[in-house]
Design a protein around this ligand. Structure first.
Ligand code: NAD
Length: 336
């Protein structure tokens, strides 16, 4: 039978992007809902044909243990709740899919990895771009040296954030634009290079008189050095609109703009002075269905996801170094 998913947290991302995309899956299906709002359980239960026996509140969340239809718990809650709900899912004997950022600290990521390992269950992070055809093509081209060996990666991710939401409340978000949207730039530099940074320098620019930014940062720029000599310069922002990366090699560049949206990606390549107007990847299922099916196939085949908990941990290690560099005004060396 297909692998059964329970969704925890029926907010914007879960209900608008994830839940509708089970329809395009071959191996994953939506079987249970967890929410603190009875009206949402009722509404989405009817929409997705999920009976009341498979509805849970946060108070009776641990009862998922007794429901054999649930194979995976997909945590789509505010960032600071990821660790607790992922660990409780593992303790209930379930595989876990957890949204990005994996958690709000390295220590939490390590606890999540430990809990899933102890339970003998898989843990995967919702890095959807790894299942998105343009990004997959960009990874392949960059790592094959299509425009020569990569020397520089630039990436910018940001959007002007609306006030009054958990993303701007540090206890729930764990940080500002970097945790939420800048992580796409960071993650891209790691997947495009296939390397881990050896040093991190960052500066922050936040207008603390803007009421949105009382507890979290607005803009933070960071420079990463990689072992092969690749340098990545990235901008993360909560006050400007951009979503792009560019991989620059010795013979030209691969440009993605927008790079990591839900849809509408575009790629251009300049090689040896010639610009190809628009490069198209081979058609395949969309990134949401691809991500959901990937964990399902890993469970069925006994394989490890391409974005396991260790990937989320690797990003949090760099995020902590970025914040430390900006706070202390110095370059941070990453130790293995
Ligand atoms: P949201 O605010 O729309 O949804 C959050 C849900 O959590 C809501 O249903 C809310 O009721 C529930 N919740 C439970 N306890 C809460 C509390 N104490 N405070 C606030 N809400 C509480 O947020 P979202 O945009 O759906 O984001 C949820 C998670 O998904 C975040 O970790 C975010 O980073 C991630 N996300 C990922 C992507 C992606 O493209 N991969 C996109 C958007 C969001």
């Amino acid at each position: 039978r297909p692998i059964g998913y329970a969704i925890v947290g029926l907010g914007s991302y879960a209900t608008r992007q994830i839940m509708p995309n089970f329809a395009g899956c071959d191996h994953a299906r939506l079987v249970a809902l967890v929410s603190g709002t009875p009206e949402k359980l009722q509404r989405y239960g009817e929409q997705y044909n999920i009976p009341a026996t498979h509805h849970y509140s946060y108070a009776d969340y641990d009862r998922i243990r007794n429901n054999p239809d649930i194979d995976v718990v997909y945590v789509v809650l505010p960032n600071s709740m990821h660790a607790e709900y992922s660990i409780r899912a593992a303790q209930a004997g379930k595989h876990v899919m957890c949204e990005k950022p994996m958690a709000i600290s390295v220590a939490e990521c390590q606890a999540m990895i430990g809990a899933s390992r102890k339970a003998g269950k898989l843990l995967m992070i919702g890095y959807r771009s790894r299942f998105e055809p343009y990004n997959r093509l960009a990874i392949d081209l960059a790592r094959r040296g299509h425009v020569g060996p990569t020397r520089i990666i630039t990436s910018e991710h940001g959007f002007p954030i609306k006030p009054n939401q958990w993303r701007l409340d540090r206890p729930l978000s764990g940080g500002g634009s970097l945790m939420d949207i800048g992580i796409y730039s960071l993650n891209a530099t790691r997947y495009l290079s296939g390397e881990e940074p050896v040093s991190v320098s960052a500066i922050e620019a936040t207008d603390r008189s803007d009421r949105r930014f009382r507890t979290v940062e607005d803009r933070i720029s960071f420079l990463l050095r990689f072992p092969s000599g690749i340098e990545a310069t990235c901008v993360s922002s909560y006050s400007s609109a951009h979503n792009a990366y560019r991989v620059v090699g010795t013979q030209g560049w691969i440009d993605m703009e927008p790079a990591t949206p839900y849809e509408g990606h575009a790629m251009r390549i300049r090689k040896d002075g010639v610009v190809s107007p628009r490069v198209l990847p081979a058609p395949s299922k969309n990134q949401f269905a691809g991500q959901l099916d990937h964990l399902a196939e890993c469970i069925m085949n006994g394989t490890t996801p391409i974005v396991p908990g260790e990937e989320g941990l690797a990003d949090l290690r760099v995020i902590e170094a970025i914040y430390r560099s900006a706070a202390e005004g110095r370059t941070i060396a990453m130790t293995a």
